[in-house]
Design a binder for this molecule. Structure first.
Ligand code: ADP
Length: 247
């Protein structure tokens, strides 16, 4: 179960990875996100959309366990609790300039699987290699991370996140700073990973691409205004308004 593999297409019922029941998240003594009820299942590709300040990042932090719910109940699948969720944060300038090789950055994704052992095991190296191959960066494994293009750096961070778990990948505005061809490459890779059984949960303001890439939309404005399939979203009043006739 802890292996880096997936069971997509096995014909089994889909397992819930994250279940929110009427959950609230906030800071100090005010709630920013209230009454969230939703389930992320195996194989889902969910995109969280909404205006700036609508609570998207706060909800992400909550789902990642970085913020405690102030109300309701949040249930995370046991195996994700063990290994952590593969998370791709927005990159800061300092992270973009990180002085390490591609392989070192990817391997560091195995840290949440292990204790404080000083060396990476053979198994961890095999997982890192598998994920570098999957994301097409194995040939550049000895290159310096900071010398890569933005698109290649995103691949490295995805491979790193997959080392924690190949069940669920959470991404916060992953296309920020990428040129149009790198954006299309990134979406193609996410779609491929999703086909291979990696559930994807992504915050994005790139609504045009989102509706053709994701399978479900969660539209947030402090509360969940909509959660369902892209097709339903396009037909809904909230979706029509947000898409502004783009669909
Ligand atoms: P979004 O990601 O949709 O732009 P955020 O979750 O970042 O929205 O912010 C939602 C609200 O929460 C905003 O009013 C913001 O000021 C507030 N907020 C965000 N982070 C913090 C924080 N660390 N402490 C206090 N308030 C915060």
């Amino acid at each position: 179960m802890e292996e880096n593999r997936n069971e997509a297409g096995s014909g089994e019922a889909k397992k819930p990875l994250i279940v929110c029941q009427n959950v609230d998240f906030g800071y100090e003594n005010y709630d920013v996100v209230v009454g969230v009820s939703m389930t992320v299942e195996e194989g889902d590709y969910v995109c969280i959309v909404g205006e700036n300040g609508s609570g998207k990042s706060t909800l992400m932090k909550g789902l990642l366990g970085l913020l405690k719910p102030t109300g309701g109940s949040l249930t995370v699948a046991e195996e994700l609790k063990k290994t952590g969720i593969g998370y791709l944060p927005q990159q800061t300038a300092a992270q973009r300039d990180f002085p390490a090789t591609v392989q070192e950055v990817v391997l560091s994704g195995c840290l949440s699987r292990r204790g404080a052992l000083p060396f990476y095991s053979r198994k961890e190296k095999a997982i890192a290699r598998e994920n570098m191959e999957k994301t097409g960066i194995y040939q550049i494994k000895d290159h310096c991370y900071r010398e890569l293009s933005g698109g290649q750096q995103q691949r490295v961070l995805i491979a790193r996140a997959l080392c924690a778990t190949s069940r669920l990948l959470i991404l916060d505005e992953p296309i920020t700073g990428l040129d149009p061809s790198a954006i299309q490459d990134l979406y193609a890779m996410l779609k491929q990973l999703n086909r291979e059984g990696v559930a994807i949960l992504m915050v994005s303001h790139d609504i045009r691409n989102v509706v053709s890439e994701a399978s479900k939309i969660l539209h947030l404005k402090r509360e969940v205004l909509f959660y369902g399939t892209v097709q339903e979203y396009k037909k809904s009043a909230v979706g029509k308004e947000f898409l502004g006739g783009d669909s």
